[in-house]
Write a protein that binds this ligand. Structure first.
Ligand code: SAM
Ligand code: DTB
Ligand code: SF4
Length: 364
């Protein structure tokens, strides 16, 4: 059995994090500036871009320092994914093999049986995962039998002693409340890209729809898992805008998945060139600096990364991964290899934090 670290609980009031100045070389600020810059939510696009484009070694060093100041252990969160309802989605997200607008090989299926989902969760726990994330290829949640069944899945996976996460598309406030009552730990709802690039990728909803659901999730006291994708043809400016908007959320999302596009045949983005691994390192480092306390998750596209590139992402502040043989419809890195890499690096899988009190949005 893999060793489990205790989860880090709460913020570290005594910690003096390094503030990031507008200087891309990140000189240290004076102590008073440092204190006032802790957990900022007011990053400008220019500031974020300066961080993202700063010399790579300085960027990684800076992120590593912020990470050390805010994360007392060397834990990595292992989150396993299961697609509980696959394909046939009415949205036209250009990256997604599950959209009915595209012609990938993904087979459409109905909502999985409860027992099968529970079995998959038990297996994931056995392998060392602390969080179980269930994804559905829905544009939005519809009230009725299927949502009730997902709520039962959340309840019963929670009873296994795992953190639960779902990603079901758009939610109303009432639906978010029902997920909260079922004991859901986290809701995944990615921004995916910048508001300015959004309509190049998706035409069936807009960026504001995404923000609305994120707001409902927060109001329901469920923790947020919100990130995005790189490698879809967006500019550094778009990447910076996405990170700026993530960091403007108050509190910051507890999990920030950074995905590299998995270019799937039959999707409009099938011919996109592979992401430069160092761009992923930059995204992880910048996310770490902007959102010091969040779990930055090195997400889709990890299978295409060398061990060395993954090490750089961990050095840059990534402290969460998707763990398990498949993501939703595509392959992920091998579990055995992941465990070996973590052992070699001296990183330990995080234990589930099932007692965590619900985060409260700020009054502002
Ligand atoms: N339908 C729900 C939604 O869109 O919110 C939940 C499932 S959706 C597949 C979850 C997220 O997976 C997307 O928002 C996107 O960020 C990510 N994703 C989907 N396909 C991807 C791909 N080919 N490469 C990288 N990330 C992908
Ligand atoms: C997230 O940010 N990435 C995951 C999860 N949240 C749901 C999904 C990645 C999907 C990659 C393509 C696939 O396997 O279908
Ligand atoms: Fe549907 Fe989600 Fe895929 Fe978009 S990303 S097509 S909403 S499953």
């Amino acid at each position: 059995m893999v060793p489990l670290c205790s989860p880090r609980v709460g913020r570290h009031p005594g910690v003096v994090p390094l503030a990031v100045t507008t200087n891309p070389c990140f000189q240290r600020n004076t102590p008073s500036q440092v204190m006032s810059d802790a957990l900022r939510h007011d990053w400008s696009t220019e500031e974020v871009l300066a961080v993202l484009q700063s010399p790579l070694l300085k960027l990684v060093e800076r992120a590593r320092t912020v990470h050390g100041d805010h994360h007392g252990d060397d834990s990595v969160q292992l989150a396993s994914l299961l697609s509980v309802k696959t394909g046939g989605c009415s949205e036209d997200c250009g990256y997604c093999p599950q959209s009915s607008h595209h012609s990938s090989d993904v087979e459409n299926g109905g909502l999985m049986a409860h027992d099968q989902v529970l079995e998959a969760a038990r297996e994931a726990k056995e392998l060392g995962a602390s969080r179980f994330c269930m994804g559905a290829a829905w544009r939005q949640v519809r009230d009725g039998d299927e949502f009730d069944r997902v709520l039962d899945m959340v309840r019963d996976v929670g009873k296994l002693g795992m953190e639960t996460c779902v990603t079901l598309g758009m939610l109303t406030q009432v639906q978010a409340g029902r997920l909260g009552e079922a004991g859901l730990t986290a809701y995944n709802h990615n921004l995916d890209t910048s508001p300015e690039y959004y309509d190049k990728i998706i035409s069936t909803r807009d960026f504001e729809d995404r923000m609305e659901t994120i707001h409902h999730v927060r109001e329901a006291g469920i923790s947020l898992c919100v990130g995005g994708i790189i490698g879809m043809g967006e500019s550094d400016h778009d990447r910076a805008r996405m990170l700026e908007i993530l960091a403007a959320l108050d509190p910051h999302p507890e999990s920030v998945p950074i995905n590299a596009l998995v270019a799937v045949a039959g999707t409009p983005l099938e011919d996109r060139p592979p992401v430069d691994p160092l761009d992923l390192v930059r995204m992880c480092a910048t996310a770490r600096i902007l959102m010091p306390e969040s779990r930055v998750r090195l997400s889709a596209g990890r299978r295409q990364l060398s061990r060395e590139a993954q090490v750089l992402c961990f050095l840059a502040g990534a402290n969460s991964i998707f763990y398990g043989e498949t993501l939703l419809t595509t392959a992920n890195a091998e579990c055995e290899e992941d465990r070996r890499l973590l052992r070699e690096l001296g990183l330990s899988p995080l234990a589930p934090d099932v007692e965590k009190p619900a985060p409260v949005p700020s009054a502002a």
